[in-house]
Design a protein around this ligand. Structure first.
Ligand code: HEC
Length: 126
């Protein structure tokens, strides 16, 4: 095998991954991409017993709890990020008083997009 084949193959694989991400064709994974965001930025308040969970009823530590939503109902409408409270509060499109994470700086553009794409792709437990 020539040296350039050995180096070329992994590079080609990397380039393909990068392209797929750009188009949004590749499914966002809940467990690998969305859950870590919720754990890092939301779970402090939205775990059972936390301030956010106590006030709204919304627990964000696993898929079932997230899909159950708040006491008032679901915060995710699969396939429709723009109608999903989960997206609206992190994107800063909800009322000022309910932007999330509460009292902390907004998520990065990339993390907000990840959440939006995951919802638009059907909010699957993947
Ligand atoms: C510092 C604590 C805190 C953090 C961190 C936090 N929340 Fe909250 N969250 C709250 C509280 C308190 C409420 C109750 C709403 C209110 O009255 O302000 C709430 C309510 C909500 C609601 C329901 C809004 C509604 O009115 O229907 C959603 C959705 C939500 N949070 C999502 C998130 C997400 C997603 C994150 C992480 C990006 C997050 N929260 C991080 C405290 C927090």
């Amino acid at each position: 095998m020539k040296w350039n084949m050995i180096i070329g193959l992994p590079l080609a694989a990397l380039a393909m991954t990068a392209c797929d991400r750009g188009t949004g064709d590749v499914d966002i994974s809940f467990s690998r991409e969305v859950k870590p965001i919720l754990e890092a930025h939301c779970a402090d308040c939205h775990a059972p017993g936390g301030e956010g969970a106590a006030t709204s009823g919304l627990v964000l530590t696993d898929y079932e709890a997230l899909m159950k939503g708040t006491r008032l109902g679901p915060v995710v409408e699969p396939g429709n990020a723009i109608s999903s409270t989960l997206y609206l509060v992190v994107a800063g499109k909800a009322d000022r008083s309910i932007r999330m994470p509460h009292g902390e700086s907004q998520l990065s553009e990339q993390k907000i997009t990840t959440i939006a794409q995951w919802i638009d792709q059907g909010a699957k437990d993947n």
